[in-house]
Design a protein around this ligand. Structure first.
Ligand SMILES: [Zn+2]
Ligand SMILES: [Zn+2]
Ligand SMILES: [Zn+2]
Length: 279
């Protein structure tokens, strides 16, 4: 059963009705993420599709609706923003390159992938935990499907988990609100950031990465050449980011170590780079 949790951290001076400041956690974030706009904007390096996991700076209340704007997208990567919550205090638990499945495989992490067509630049999304402990995500023209509803453990404080993944490369936290019987409570007032041509739009995957993605063998692109172009990604397995790739997939991609290949083939059956079937 769920029980009400009183969350009072961190304090602010706006008064009793304020839900508190809402930003990304500047201490705990994926290594390709940079925060700006007072930690309200999270931008992932568009040269990478992962290491974009972020968390809220404070626990969220049940029925506190978080508003988020998608600002920038990268045409070419597969998949998009993943939204969810965690009851594992950010920084105390594991940090992974992906919210789904690496974190959601662990207890205390819940997330839903937002469809690519619902994550175009300027899209505004709302996500929250219902009073019965379900994760809900909503845009103007999309609502997460009931069968995918995730029941979360709200007996502990829960933090928002925002994976700036795949096509989604920059998101802005607009604030949060919670309707009560008598009033609408909001997060601390924050300067309005208007969607403009400059902060919202599409980026391209750099040519070099595209070539690497289409490389059919490990000989096609040397580590030295990647380094020459200032990329921090060495030739490592795209899932664990540590082992050397050693499995040639049916699609021709050479991007997984043997451990991860086993898991990707049994759990997903598709190449993480091109989504071709590899069963
Ligand atoms: Zn406040
Ligand atoms: Zn691996
Ligand atoms: Zn492939």
């Amino acid at each position: 059963m769920t029980r009400k949790v009183k969350v009072t951290w961190p304090p602010c001076t706006c008064g009793n009705h304020c839900l508190g400041p809402l930003t990304f956690n500047p201490e705990v974030k994926g290594r390709h993420v940079k925060l700006s706009a007072g930690d309200r904007r999270a931008m992932r390096n568009p040269r990478s599709f992962h290491h974009g996991v972020t968390f809220s700076n404070r626990p969220l209340q049940v029925r506190e609706k978080v508003h988020l704007r998608v600002e920038r997208c990268v045409a070419g990567w597969h998949g998009a923003l993943r939204l969810g919550f965690t009851s594992v205090p950010p920084g105390s638990g594991p940090m992974c390159s992906l919210a789904i499945p690496e974190l959601t495989d662990k207890p205390g992490f819940w997330a839903i992938p937002v469809p690519e067509h619902c994550c175009t630049p300027r899209t505004e999304l709302t996500f929250w935990v219902t009073h019965t402990g379900y994760l809900r995500i909503q845009t103007d023209d999309w609502f997460d499907q009931k069968e995918k509803m995730l029941q979360m453990d709200t007996s502990k404080p829960i933090w928002a988990m925002i994976d700036v993944y795949g096509q989604t490369s920059s998101v802005l936290l607009l604030g949060s609100e919670k309707k009560t019987l008598f009033c609408k409570r909001r997060s601390c007032p924050a300067a309005e950031i208007v969607a403009t041509e400059e902060n919202c739009g599409y980026d391209q995957i750099p040519e070099l990465i595209l070539r690497r993605m289409s490389t059919k063998s490990p000989l096609g692109q040397s580590d030295a050449e990647m380094e020459l172009h200032g990329l921090d990604d060495k030739e490592v397995c795209v899932v664990c980011i540590s082992e050397t790739p050693c499995v040639l997939l049916d699609c021709g991609h050479y991007c997984l170590c043997s451990q991860c290949a086993k898991r990707v083939i049994s759990d997903f059956g598709t190449c993480p780079l091109c989504r071709q079937s590899i069963r």
